[in-house]
Design a protein. Structure first.
Length: 151
């Protein structure tokens, strides 16, 4: 059975988000402050999403977001930028204001690929965002499984 997005020809995307330098905040300010940062960031991400989009914490400082009914990879990148900017606002904590940023990897969902593979590719894009200096969005265009890879 096809989803509404597949029937309408619209795309879906996977955003792999990682809170930059979160371990430093936990180590410096304590786990209660870290929890406040996680909860506030999660709420900011949620406010950026539409009714049918999904967000989940994978563990530690990683969030996975699925956005549905987008036009293309550029549209998914724009949504990720909106999330990145919202997360960057200073967070009031018992230790004082805390600044956080997100590194986000973005891939379009190809229903022919296993979800584990898509998550891994979005994670690799997020790793590239960190390598490029953090606090950025890196979209990647996937080859579909039926496309030939150049040799």
């Amino acid at each position: 059975m096809k989803s509404n997005d597949q029937r309408s020809g619209r795309a879906s995307a996977l955003l792999f988000c990682d809170l930059d330098a979160f371990k430093t905040i936990n180590d410096r300010d304590g786990h209660a402050v870290g929890d406040t940062v996680l909860q506030t960031t999660a709420e900011r991400v949620r406010r950026c999403l539409r009714r049918d989009d999904l967000a989940a914490r994978l563990g530690g400082d990683e969030l996975l977001v699925m956005v549905f009914g987008i036009q293309d990879l550029a549209n998914a990148e724009t949504m990720a930028e909106t999330i990145r900017i919202a997360a960057a606002e200073s967070i009031a904590t018992m230790a004082g204001p805390v600044a956080i940023s997100l590194s986000i990897g973005v891939v379009l969902i190809d229903p022919r690929q296993p979800i584990d593979s898509l998550i891994q590719q979005a994670d690799q894009a997020m790793d590239e965002a960190k390598r490029l200096g953090r606090n950025r969005v890196v979209p990647i265009q996937l080859l579909s499984p039926v496309q030939e890879r150049p040799t």
